[in-house]
Design a protein around this ligand. Structure first.
Ligand code: C2O
Ligand code: CU
Length: 448
């Protein structure tokens, strides 16, 4: 017989058991492997992968349902997994020395969280990520809506950028000063889901939801779909009013995602190029949309394409507190700064993840961050633990005030972002050009 006090205690314990307790979960093994990136004649490339593949397995979970993943480290160095863009408890954010100890070789760590938002997210290490991501460690994390828009196919393209030597091995010059001080590690081989793609097979009349994830260390993409009119329905997993891309290009800095609704409006038997136009003079054909001879249907479906909203707290701009954040450094008409301190946020170059906060945001309050890119380079700036609204750029209101977790800032650009600081903890705020992050462009924003 249990006494009444024991009973009450165990009843209370049951009541506070977190939702994931009992969720079956899965493991994710980080370790060395091989991948046939370029196809054809060359031997497979030695890569680092999750569960033996690059990209890692696409994890599909449902909005509002608990997720439990045990990461096993079979690499020869410490690692962690960061669930990029997911609003989760700070202790599950995967930042070594800040939110958890690094997972040592042979060790493991169990991540447990319940994604509040549906959308297209991804996962990658946060330990020496300029090399770990660059050697292949990343995967898609798709949080499914209860009622997604109707499409014929839901397709993910993980875009990766590899720097390969002539014999097809990964160039080992990770973290060199040139890459750190300039545009980051741009590769020479762009893959979609780890293969250099020839053609992507489609059928006339088909409606595809295309989830684009930029998993490259440094490459910015500006994709044009010849002969097609993609509609953007989400940025960084967060729904946006459906719209055609500005200037006809879907621009994705490192870590950014876009969900497109792509109606296959081409001719049966036709081929249409998808071209990356971002770097002037370096345009290349990423892939071709290759139409089957027979159409799926004669005209595009007319079902609505907008995504259901996510439960994000709306910042109150009238009451918001304002903070200035400036980015500095880099190669500026001369020599870069010395050592690894190449880039700064508010004048400080980070060394590792454990550091005093650059800003403390009062919890449950609305805040506006005025961001100033005082450098001559692009920077995709990423905030952990929150999504924010882009409310202005260079002094003009942003037309859609879209939600994002990563904002691509052009050289010398100013932008204003707004958020409710509703997730307590110490959160990284850093450039997602991973060589810039390693070169100091990283800080901590505390929500307390
Ligand atoms: Cu996608 Cu701090 O990272
Ligand atoms: Cu940067």
């Amino acid at each position: 017989m249990i006494d009444r006090r024991t009973f009450l205690l165990s009843a209370a314990a049951t009541a506070v058991l977190p939702a994931w307790a009992g969720a079956p979960g899965r493991t994710l093994r980080a370790g060395p492997g091989r991948a046939q990136l370029t196809g054809g004649m060359r031997a497979p490339t030695e890569v680092w992968c999750y569960d033996g593949t690059v990209p890692g397995p696409e994890l599909r979970v449902r909005q509002g349902e608990p997720v439990r993943v045990t990461v096993q480290n079979q690499l020869a160095e410490p690692t962690t997994v960061h669930w990029h863009g997911i609003r989760l408890p700070n202790a599950m954010d995967g930042v070594p020395d800040l939110t958890q100890p690094p997972i040592l070789p042979g060790g493991s760590f169990t991540y447990e969280f319940t994604p509040p938002d549906a959308g297209t997210f991804w996962y990658h290490p946060h330990q020496r990520s300029f090399e770990q991501v660059g050697r292949g460690l990343s995967g898609a994390l798709i949080v499914e809506e209860a009622a997604p828009p109707q499409v014929d196919r839901d397709v993910t393209w993980m875009l990766q950028d590899w720097r390969l030597t002539r014999d097809g091995t990964i160039a080992s010059d990770f973290g060199n000063r040139m890459d750190m001080a300039m545009a980051g590690r741009l590769g020479n081989t762009v893959t979609i889901n780890s293969a250099v793609p020839e053609a992507f097979a489609v059928r006339a009349g088909e409606r595809i939801r295309l989830r684009l994830i930029n998993a490259a260390n440094a490459r910015i993409f500006g994709l044009e779909f010849a002969g097609h009119s993609p509609m953007i329905v989400a940025w960084d997993g967060q729904p946006v009013a459906p719209h055609a891309p500005d200037d006809g290009r879907v621009v994705l800095g490192p870590a950014m995602r876009a969900d497109l609704i792509l109606d296959m409006s081409g001719e049966p038997g036709g081929r249409y190029a998808v071209t990356d136009m971002f770097y002037r003079g370096l345009e290349y054909r990423l892939v071709e949309l290759a139409y089957a001879a027979t159409p799926l249907r004669t005209r595009a479906p007319d079902a609505p394409i907008a995504l259901p909203p996510n439960p994000l707290a709306q910042p109150d701009l009238g009451a918001a507190r304002r903070h200035d954040v400036s980015f500095g450094g880099g190669m500026m008409g001369g020599q870069p700064m010395t050592g690894h301190s190449i880039w700064t946020i508010n004048g400080i170059a980070a060394h590792g993840h454990a550091m005093a906060p650059l800003l403390t945001l009062a919890r449950r309050q609305s805040h506006v961050l005025a961001l100033h890119n005082d450098t001559a380079w692009h920077h995709p700036m990423h905030l952990h633990g929150h999504s924010f609204r882009v409310i202005g750029r260079n002094g003009s209101p942003a037309p859609r005030a879209e939600w994002r977790d990563t904002l691509l800032m052009a050289p010398r650009e100013h932008a204003e972002i707004a958020l409710v600081a509703d997730n307590p903890g110490d959160w990284m705020f850093h450039c997602h050009i991973l060589e810039h992050q390693e070169g100091g462009m990283m800080g901590v924003i505390r929500v307390a």
